[in-house]
Design a protein around this ligand. Sequence first.
Ligand code: SAH
Ligand code: SF4
Length: 335
Amino acid sequence: MNLQELEQLMRDLSQPAYRALQIFEWLHKRFPAAGGAFSFAKMDNQPKSLREELENRCYITQSRVVEQLTATDGTVKFLLELRSESAVQVESVLMQYAHGPSLCISTQAGCRMGCYFCATGQDGFIRNLTTGEMCMQVYAAGDIRNIVLMGCGEPLDNFNATLGFIELITHPKGAGIGQRHITLSTCGLVPEILALGERRLQINLAISLHGPDDTTRQTMMPIARGYSIKELIAACQEYTQITHRRITFEYALTEGINDSPAHARALAKLLKGLLCHVNLIPVNQVTDSGFSPTKRKEAQAFAAILEQAKIPVTIRRTIGAEVNAACGQLKSKPL
Ligand code: SAH
Ligand code: SF4
């Protein structure tokens, strides 16, 4: 529930409006700061009768850390059990960067998109996560200021819950995380990218591109058959025009598939004039996928071609692989 919905609930229960904000603060500020269990019973500034009424009518999404693994590079992988109307297990990852910690959360249990190089995609779809379940991943990880929606699932395939999450987690009366500290990564759902642009958010948008042309992209991801590169780039163009925000293109360098100098030149040509940045990531090996990472030297040559064409580019190092927490290695399961 967002604040307006809580206010409506208070009206329905003939309660004063200010209680909505008090309850909102418990859920998004006071319980997360206390690090303990979230419950209506503990809301001690609320009348007992209201607490009981809430207990009967509503539920608070619960999360429980089932397992926590720390890699030597400081990356922490959490296996969380989330319980709303039903329970599910998902993974989230706390990464340590020079600019501070960043939490990678899941938006779905599993994923429908089936990208061939991704463990989540290979396992199929379980269900959408709710807005509350996304918030709870953040609250379970402690005092978080940077969030990437890059765990399990395709955030734009769960559009309303994801947008609800961004609204709640950035709310100044709650966690108050800045929109610019949130990155949403999508495999490229064109209508939803346009719909997201209409919201005029200041979040960072990342597009998983992985190929400069339809044929190459189709060998990596089935969604490339749904939308052509031309449609995708047109949507990105429109997105940057509306939001004035730079788009990041994610490109998983895969040996012999998308990593030749010709691919790099085609990519440079494709992105010319677009307000963007390219993130090259040597693909992480996922069991049986048959995709192997491009070697360092070839990755640098690929980056150099983009640089020459004045396309901003970085080669991202893999972190968290030791605890299977790197990109594409996350899993979920039903309970
Ligand atoms: N579904 C969204 C967000 C989750 S995946 C998306 O696809 O963008 C987050 C990022 O990890 C995406 O850029 C995805 O392409 C990348 N990824 C998935 N599997 C990977 C792998 N095995 N190696 C490197 N990156 C991978
Ligand atoms: Fe889903 Fe993203 Fe994995 Fe593709 S890469 S299967 S969209 S999680």
